[in-house]
Design a protein around this ligand. Structure first.
Ligand SMILES: [Zn+2]
Length: 583
């Protein structure tokens, strides 16, 4: 049953987050905020901040964020409704429930989870006891899986029969198909989704079973792995196998090991690395990073991350920036996977994870290892190949660090490589998109300062700002949400996840800057950006030259008149019109 929205709002309003948090961590007041050691990740200096007035928290270490309800849910592992109920009883609020959609969704979800739980247990018992599972047990033993492993990971066996599961559990048709456990066949009978496969149950982060991965025995028919279809409780792009078991060690050890397969994960656990996870039949995606960064900042890939090539590497660099994580690669010998290595040489697996290198270092090492560095020609070719790998990285300082290594190894003057690097970058390499000034400008500059003010002094600031002043897409999205909402909470609810996170963070930061200074600066920056673009267009277009030159002249004069308020509002109006004309 769902709790009436209005009552949830009452509970939020009546709850003092500082007080609730204070029951779990020590907090102290710093300026207008409260800070303390984060309960969601291990730390020695306080990065957990609370904005008491808004009832919001944000951790600068692990990006945990939310309100009193989220806090209680995460810290005590409660369902949403349970957390609201607890806070309501603290505040003496009588909750009302309705049977509307939310209640039905929860009911449907719990029916599917119940079915999955029954399925996990049934398949598990089949593996442990059924005669038909003898070959599966033999196969697992040959992989080094003893009874402890089978029980720890709740491995199962789907019998070689088309409806053994359906007949045994007799689930209602809708539950059977909605959980992805079976379907109605052409003869109108229930049929199992899995047949003759070793079953790896997949759980969500909280530990509820949501899907299966089924592995065929060696020599069997069909694809090696078959995964559950996506369901109301299972989204591949968001799910990481074994994160439910790994999360404690991930937080303690400060890193997560990402493998390609379920058996690799189990191998890592057996080798003494109980912080491994795997994607479920998909490549690593944005959502996986969004999940992982809640637990750790260091992501170690335990598979050949180089094989996917440049495009994949660039995506990883982008994720590193966006989610503020470090991606490292464990140097496994080509052709070995963690699952095999865990059995043949667990020490080598531990060492590989320990020696994991940043992705760029790993890629660079590959290139240089394949180069002939004993001859001058070979060193020149090696330098060229190495620099093309270095140039993929979006951060100029990082590029320069690696450039020095290449210079050293290939005996080339660093300045020569720098010159070559900047000329290739002007020809427009894909990574340029990442450092496009329109997207990357002012990450911590006036745009962010203006947003911070908009969050803390909305009435005073928001009406003086305008969308055209934000060059960064994320800042723009956050501003739009603030400008179109009556309260900060509404803005956070309305914003997409990235912008919502930014707003939550800004809400626990302090806005010290003088609004006039910030507004002046952000208008000036926007004017200058437009000026540079116009000047480039003047150079590029002969026929529209005179017209554009007049605009350039006006812009220059107006910029000089700043911070005159009239000039500022004329400039903003012009920018809005200009942006509008350019579509
Ligand atoms: Zn934290």
């Amino acid at each position: 049953m769902g709790i009436v929205e209005e009552d949830i709002a009452r509970v939020r309003a009546a709850t003092d987050l500082v007080e609730v948090a204070g029951e779990h961590i020590q907090t102290r007041r710093v300026g207008r905020r409260w800070v303390g050691l984060c309960p969601f990740h291990a730390e020695k200096t306080a990065s957990f901040s609370i904005n008491a007035e808004e009832g919001l928290y944000y951790c600068f270490g692990c990006q945990a964020k939310g309100d009193a309800i989220t806090f209680l849910r995460e810290v005590e592992h409660l369902e949403f409704a349970e957390a609201v109920e607890r806070l309501a009883s603290r505040a003496g609020i009588q909750l009302r429930y309705d049977d509307a959609r939310e209640g039905q969704d929860r009911k449907r979800r719990s029916r599917l989870i119940d079915a999955m739980e029954a399925a996990v247990e049934w398949y598990h018992q089949c593996l442990l006891t059924s005669d038909g599972a003898a070959s599966a047990r033999g196969y697992l033993r040959s992989r080094g899986y003893d009874g402890d492993v089978v029980r720890r990971f709740k491995l199962g066996w789907a019998p070689d029969d088309w409806d053994a599961f359906s007949r045994a559990l007799r689930l209602p048709t809708d539950v059977l198909s909605q959980a992805g456990l079976g379907f109605v066949n052409r003869r109108g009978r229930h049929q199992d989704a899995f047949r003759a496969r070793v079953m790896f149950p997949i759980y969500d982060t909280a530990g509820a079973p949501v899907a299966f991965g089924g592995r065929i025995l060696p020599g069997g028919d069909g694809p090696k792995y078959k995964n559950s279809q996506e369901t109301a409780i299972y989204a591949k792009r968001r799910t990481l196998y074994a994160l439910n078991w790994a999360k404690v060690d991930v937080v303690t050890a400060g890193e997560v090991i990402v493998c390609e397969g379920y058996t690799d994960v189990i191998g890592c656990f057996q080798a003494g690395l109980p912080r491994a996870v795997a994607t479920c039949g998909t490549a690593l995606a944005d959502e996986h990073f969004r999940t992982l960064k809640n637990f750790t900042r260091r992501i170690v890939l335990a598979y050949d991350a180089d094989a996917a090539g440049q495009a994949a590497a660039e995506r990883f660099y982008e994720w590193e920036q966006r989610y503020e994580v470090d991606v490292a690669v464990a140097p496994l010998a080509p052709g070995t996977d963690p699952g095999d290595l865990a059995r043949s040489d667990p020490g080598a697996l531990l060492a590989a994870v320990k020696e994991a290198k940043p992705l760029l270092a790993f890629r660079l090492e590959r290139v240089l290892a394949g180069a002939e560095l004993r001859t001058p020609e070979g060193r020149a070719r090696g330098a060229q190949a190495a620099m093309s790998v270095v140039s993929e990285h979006p951060d100029v300082l990082v590029r320069d660090q690696y450039l020095m290594q290449v210079a050293d190894r290939c005996r080339v003057e660093p300045d020569r490589l720098r010159a070559a690097l900047s000329s290739t970058s002007r020809r427009g390499r894909p990574w340029q998109q990442l450092v496009d000034p329109r997207r990357q400008s002012d990450r911590g500059g006036p745009e962010l300062e203006a947003l911070r003010l908009a969050v803390h002094k909305g009435d005073e600031v928001v009406h003086r700002l305008h969308e055209v002043l934000f060059a960064d897409e994320l800042h723009l999205a956050a501003f739009r949400a603030v400008a179109s909402s009556a309260t900060l909470r509404e803005a956070i609810d309305a914003a997409d996840p990235g912008a919502a996170e930014l707003l939550q963070r800004l809400a626990v930061e302090e806005a010290h800057a003088d609004p006039d200074d910030v507004l002046n600066l952000i208008v000036h920056r926007a004017g200058e950006r437009a000026l540079h673009q116009l000047e480039a267009e003047v150079r590029a277009s002969e026929e529209r030259g005179p017209e554009l030159s007049r605009a350039v002249g006006w812009l220059k004069l107006t910029l000089e008149r700043l911070p005159d308020p009239e000039a500022a509002s004329a400039l903003v109006a012009w920018l809005a019109q200009w942006g509008h004309n350019r579509g």
